[in-house]
Design a protein around this ligand. Structure first.
Ligand code: BGC
Length: 756
């Protein structure tokens, strides 16, 4: 199929018709030219293919499929290979079901624990979100099925999601909210990008030319098409001009007619329409050329995969006295509705219709040492005394109690945000009562985002299971009884309470205006800067074994910002069990003229170690690892100076560190004026060459050279005099030099400096 030739054979009406959907999930065909319709479907932790009765929030059933761990869980794996496996499984399902594009991954940053869709998102950290989602994209697309990285951009709340305006400064967008999209385009080569519902700095994302054309295509080299989030289009004509190629779902023909009219009236260039059609067909051709409906889709095999992967995502948060793993002969009281009916995915458009689910109790059916009590209800929050009493008696009669708790569906979902970070009161009451009855109490959590844990001190162990997919129950059993050594790490900070979160004061916005006041200080970037205690830090997670770090090496003590730095470290399994450690590398700028976080994740590797085994883990860092986004250059920039290279088991458990120096090869060109202050002038060798004599003169004429001497009054020391001078603008020389230097002469000197 020669796409350009096809487009040249189309009427304007035919071209416009291809720019919006046929229905909820299909694009339009043009039979006359042999162009088929394609189907797109939601994901990304499974396939949500609706055959009929389509709706975009998953209210109606879709075909039976497999729910793999959702993004909140898979992000906790810190494992690129695991994400790739999820992608491949979803890609196979899409091929089997003749779906050309899977609508995911969703890579928005977790700005607040309150975002209703956090369970679909990866992390508060842009590097982690970028690395993992890009692996998933590569996995899906290795099957010749496209992905649609979403929701572009700055879509970190559900509150007023279709009208709110995310007001975010340039540096914050570049450092925090864009990198996962940038990586999806540059590294992942995503076939499509889905624009978000919200406005970004005043303009709807669906008609934001700066975003969809200048940045996405111009800078990042995106060669696919942009699809609207379902119903995100406001002004279709502006959207086409901005670079929004496909509107979904169908617009009933209204917007197609608008596009035709706009071209006829000369408001829209027909070339913009041609380009959009070309992009859509070029991407679909990639699928058509490799469509393989005979691809096997083995649901049972994918269920086993879901179980294996879910176990790798679980985060062991606490394990006092090594109470876990449980032993085969131990009498265990399993408590909680979620132990029989696990919550393993979130509500809305990513909801998978599972062909089967596996609860913890299902997985324990052959274990004779188990008793069960429901403990709480999920319909009401009110503690149920009878259910609690039953649970307490089961716990009292057992060696250990395992409570499976978390957030019910209504607490977090697409479409609205949470209003607090608490667990249901009935679960909190249950945990407290059971922990009193049995000191060996373990809590397993199924939830899509952080919760407050007022009960944490009263229990011995906690496992964060997130929303682990349909096999989460089997995976929970595997981790609890030690068939799998837990190796997940938190992809987000757990604050003690909601009020600690950096976006707390303004999250959700005023009316439709959501200003991202905290800037780059999202998640641990904020908590670390504030030296605040958190419940559990970013990157944290325990294991049934222990690890030691040694021998941190860097390839050079000083590099230029154009060089690469290689870092390696040895990690040893010092315990008795095999296990996996997530080695994390953080970079911090020791001194900077801009506000920067204490440390930022710039590398991670998951490494499997047998007991006693040592492996060397290596990282290669480039300029980006040290850079911040400079709003003057509109580019990444490294300031010359010292940087810490830290190796940690979490953002708060730094095991080894070194300081290296990076020299910048970029000179920031500064234009001075007579209002430039001496502090800035003195930093410029160019300026000092011209001004040094003048500065001495000023000091003398103002008596500052006497400061601190016996003759001078004690009121002003030399340091004080110099400090005062630092903040004086150059123009003050004209006023303070007693007529020796005029304003015009200063202007002349400034020109000399600027032109030197
Ligand atoms: C969601 C998207 C989803 C689309 C189609 C929208 O409401 O925001 O993530 O892909 O619906 O279901």
């Amino acid at each position: 199929m020669d796409v350009k030739k096809l487009v040249s054979q189309m009427t304007l009406e035919e071209k416009a018709s291809l720019l919006s959907g046929l229905d909820f999930w299909h694009t339009k065909p043009i039979e006359r030219l042999g162009i088929p319709s394609v189907m797109v479907s939601d994901g990304p932790h499974g396939l949500r293919k609706q055959d009929d009765k389509a709706d975009h929030l998953g209210v109606n059933d879709s075909i039976k499929a497999v729910c793999l761990p959702t993004a909140c869980a898979s992000a906790a794996s810190f494992d690129r290979d695991l994400l790739r496996m999820i992608g491949e499984a979803v890609g196979d399902a899409c091929q089997h079901e003749q779906v050309a594009v899977n609508l995911g991954p969703a890579v928005n940053i977790k700005r607040s624990p309150l975002c209703g869709r956090n369970f679909e998102y990866f992390s508060e950290d842009p590097y982690l979100a970028a690395q993992l989602s890009t692996s998933l994209i590569k996995g899906v697309q290795s099957r010749h099925v496209g992905t649609s990285v979403k929701h572009f951009a700055a879509n970190s709340q559900e509150h007023r999601r279709m009208s709110s305006d995310s007001v975010v400064d340039e540096r914050t967008l570049r450092e925090i909210y864009y990198p996962a999209f940038e990586s999806a385009v540059k590294e992942g080569k995503t076939w499509t990008v889905m624009c978000s519902y919200n406005r970004l700095n005043g303009e709807f994302a669906s008609q934001h030319r700066g975003l969809l054309t200048d940045l996405l295509r111009g800078e990042w080299g995106f060669d696919g098409y942009v699809v609207s989030d379902w119903g995100a289009v406001s002004d279709r004509v502006q959207g086409v001009h901005a670079g929004l190629d496909l509107e979904m779902p169908a617009s009933g023909g209204t917007n197609d007619r608008r596009v035709v009219e706009a071209v006829q009236k000369g408001i829209l260039d027909e070339k913009d329409v041609d380009l959009a059609v070309e992009r859509i067909l070029t991407v679909h051709k990639r699928y058509w050329d490799h469509a393989k409906p005979d691809t096997p889709w083995d649901l049972e095999a994918q269920h086993q995969l879901a179980r294996r992967l879910a176990a790798e995502c679980m985060v062991l948060l606490k394990n006092d006295d090594g109470i876990l793993p449980l032993k085969q002969q131990e009498k265990v009281a399993v408590i909680g509705k979620f132990a029989k009916e696990p919550r393993f995915q979130g509500g809305g458009s990513s909801h998978i219709n599972c062909f089967k689910t596996e609860s913890l109790m299902d997985a324990l059916k052959d274990n004779p040492h188990i008793t069960y009590a429901q403990g709480y209800d999920i319909i009401t929050e009110e503690p149920d005394d009878a259910l609690i009493a039953e649970a307490v008696s089961a716990a009292a009669g057992a060696d250990k109690a395992v409570i499976v708790a978390g957030l019910p569906d209504a607490f977090e979902s697409e479409g609205y945000d949470r209003t607090h970070m608490r667990m249901p009161a009935c679960q909190v009451a249950l945990i407290q009562a059971v922990a009193k009855a049995n000191p060996n109490t373990v809590v397993v959590l199924y939830n899509g985002s952080p919760v407050e844990m007022p009960w944490i001190a009263s229990v011995k162990a906690v496992i964060e299971g997130y929303l682990g997919g349909q096999a989460v129950g089997g995976a929970t059993k595997d981790v609890l009884w030690g068939d799998v050594n837990p190796c997940g790490r938190l992809p987000e900070s757990f604050p003690h309470k909601l009020e600690d979160n950096p976006s707390y004061l303004t999250y959700g916005g005023e009316g439709d205006v959501a200003v991202y006041h905290e800037g780059v200080f999202v998640g641990y970037r904020y908590y670390d800067k504030k030296k605040m205690d958190v419940l559990f830090p970013f990157g944290y997670g325990l294991s049934y074994t222990t690890f030691a770090y040694s021998n941190l090496r860097v390839s050079a003590d000083t590099i230029r910002d154009t060089d690469e730095l290689r870092v390696s470290v040895d990690v040893t399994n010092t315990g008795a069990l095999a296990g996996k450690e997530v080695v994390q590398l953080y970079i911090g700028d020791c001194e900077s003229t801009v506000f920067r976080p204490v440390r930022e994740l710039k590398g991670f590797e998951k490494v499997f170690l047998a007991p006693g085994e040592t492996k060397t883990v290596s990282f290669t860092l480039d300029k980006r690892a040290f850079a911040y986004w400079n709003v003057q250059l509109h580019d990444w920039h490294v300031e010359s100076g010292d940087f810490t290279v830290e190796i940690g088991a979490s953002s708060r458990h730094i095991r080894l560190a070194k300081t290296i120096r990076v020299e910048s090869t970029v000179e920031l060109s500064v234009k001075f004026t007579v209002n430039s202050i001496f502090l800035d002038l003195m930093k410029s060798p160019k300026a000092m060459a011209v001004l040094a004599p003048l500065i001495n003169g000023v000091m003398q004429s103002m008596g500052m050279d006497q400061a601190g001497s016996d003759a001078a009054s004690a009121a002003i020391s030399k340091d004080m005099a110099e400090a005062m001078l630092r903040y004086m603008p150059l123009r003050t020389v004209a006023s303070f030099s007693g007529g020796q230097i005029s304003y015009d002469q200063l202007c002349f000197l400034v020109d000399q400096i600027n032109n030197a």
